[in-house]
Design a protein around this ligand. Structure first.
Ligand code: BES
Ligand code: ZN
Ligand code: ZN
Length: 518
């Protein structure tokens, strides 16, 4: 979808469909909804007024009111999109509203549309005061680009229902505000494209997206955006002593891929980066299919395990955005990709593995393979000089039991990295909930015969014992672990988002990295 930003009164814009947002400004618990349009254009307000008067449209989040040939407007259609209560309005609702607007155009065969940047419905009102123009334009572009995609790539009866062109229309404002809106607009484009890049990878079936193919796609992407990319396989794993990653990979006919993407910041002319500038390591779980291995999973729902590389996809997507946004910090993206298969060469319960760090691991369950590949990925990142680490993985079903599909799991061994991640979440709008990984849980991974074991002794707190395992490999390096098992696949069609891969974590990781920019 092409996107452009213009500054003019939306009433004068000739477009097949103009979208404006509305909120419910009623206060009091049982008060009837009172709808207000987020526009200062009298012509837009007047065009919608007769339809709003009936009270049928309540401006709930994702609700739409479509008007044809709106009087006094150059647009052929006006769609009013609800963002919910004015009191709780945040950029997240704006993002969802933009997705809703675009998704309402698609089935109508509308190829071009415009979305009006929300403005306060009364100039003396303060509801939008905390939402700067930069965040508003960014959210609109993010919501629209992410909402636009549908996953019909493999359908022969596929029809082009995409919206080809989106215009974001903001009122004439002073130059500095204009610049802010423009910056947000550009950022939104980069970040949403990166998120969609990750989603497209996750959508691929495992017969297409093997570890080798994932490596190729990462390479192509890196070439396009000017990142260094190295893709290694079995030999390198053996050379580095990655006994945990290699054990998982060896049961499959498909060779593993160790993908290393490097972003080197170029300091502005005359500036040098301070010596103690952090080096950020992004480590992704890239299991392109997880059968469970010898501890095989039940057939029911196993097809979903093609998305067991969503952590890897998030890191590849994040690297793409980082290359384009150019923060002043070095970033290394590491993807540990393999298939987890049962075979005559597969690793088995009871095996003892030696990780790259030297730690020995007793395997209790071959289905707990994600933590094994990440163990070597995290350690490798440290040997490459990373001073701060983050990993993302569809790691445990237990995390889905604990948090459902709204919040993903978040663990951290350091308060400062956690605080920075919280700040990043506030910008990204993604939801993560912190769970503990303190020493109290250390016994959950204690083994009789090796340094640690790969599953908790009991099934309780499974997301925590997985995090405890990873913590062993992060060591003293400040580290964040994201368990995205419940949020990487959107199970239900939403007005603003298709069913399928969500692209979770791309936005937060990019934002977190930017907090380290010198
Ligand atoms: N890939 C799965 C986790 C998963 C579950 C992802 C549901 C997405 C949705 C992971 O490799 C796994 O199988 N974990 C086991 C660990 C157990 C054997 C300790 C699990 O969660 O059951
Ligand atoms: Zn598994
Ligand atoms: Zn897995």
């Amino acid at each position: 979808m092409e996107t452009k930003l213009i500054f003019q009164d939306p009433a004068g814009l000739a477009t097949p469909m103009l979208a404006v947002f509305a909120v419910d400004v009623a206060t009091g618990k049982d008060a009837d909804p009172l709808v207000a349009l987020l526009t200062t254009s009298d012509a837009v307000s007047n065009a919608a007024a007769p339809s709003l008067a009936s009270g049928e449209f309540k401006a709930t989040l994702g609700e739409q009111l479509l008007l044809h040939s709106p009087g006094g407007l150059k647009a052929e259609r006006l769609v009013v999109v609800g963002l919910g209560k004015a009191k709780t309005l945040s950029v997240d609702e704006v993002r969802k509203g933009a997705g809703t607007a675009v998704r309402s155009a698609k089935p109508r065969g509308i190829r071009e549309m415009a979305i009006a940047l929300p403005e306060d419905y009364a100039l003396d009102d303060e509801h939008l005061e905390t939402l700067p123009g930069r965040m508003l334009s960014r959210s609109i572009v993010e919501g629209a680009l992410v909402g636009e995609l549908d996953w019909d790539t493999y359908r022969s009866d596929r029809k082009d229902r995409s919206v080809h062109e989106l215009t974001v229309v903001a009122r004439e404002v002073e130059e500095t505000t204009k610049k802010e809106i423009q910056t947000g607009f550009e950022e939104g484009r980069v970040i949403a494209s990166a998120q969609n890049f990750a989603r497209a990878l996750v959508n691929e079936p495992s017969n297409v997206l093997t570890p080798t193919e994932l490596g190729k796609r990462a390479e192509t992407m890196c070439d396009e955006v000017g990142l260094k990319c190295e893709v290694y396989s079995t030999e390198k794993l053996l050379e580095l002593g990655m006994g945990a990653f290699h054990a998982v990979a060896k049961g499959s006919y498909e060779p593993p891929a160790l993908i290393v993407m490097t972003y080197e910041p170029k300091p502005e002319k005359g500036k040098i980066l301070p010596k103690d500038t952090p080096v950020i390591g992004l480590v992704g779980k890239g299991i392109t299919f997880d059968t469970g291995g010898i501890s095989i999973k039940p057939a029911d729902g196993m097809e979903k395990m093609k998305y067991d590389m969503a952590g890897a996809a998030a890191m590849i997507g994040a690297m793409r955005a980082i290359a384009q946004l150019k923060p002043a910090v070095k970033v290394i993206g590491i993807v540990c990709s393999a298939e987890n298969m049962p075979s005559g060469r597969a690793y088995k319960p009871g095996d003892v593995l030696k990780a790259m760090s030297g730690k020995t691991i007793e395997v209790l369950n071959t289905d707990a393979e994600g933590r094994l590949v990440l163990a070597d990925g995290l350690h490798y990142a440290k040997t490459l000089g990373c001073t701060h680490l983050i990993d993302a993985a569809t790691l445990t079903g237990a995390c889905v039991v604990a948090l459902g599909m709204i919040n993903a799991g978040l663990f951290a061994n350091d308060e400062s990295v956690f605080e920075k991640f919280l700040a990043a979440m506030n910008v990204s709008g993604e939801k993560f909930w912190r769970l503990p990984c303190t020493d109290d849980y250390k016994d959950t991974i204690k083994s009789q015969i090796a340094d640690i074991m790969n599953t908790g002794g009991s099934r309780w707190g499974g997301a925590i014992s997985a995090a405890m395992f990873l913590r062993e490999f992060a060591g003293d390096t400040p580290w964040v672990h994201l368990d995205i098992a419940g949020c990487a696949w959107n199970e239900e069609l939403k007005p603003w988002l298709a069913k399928g891969p969500s692209g979770i974590a791309v936005r937060s990781i990019v934002e977190w990295v930017r907090t380290y920019s010198a």
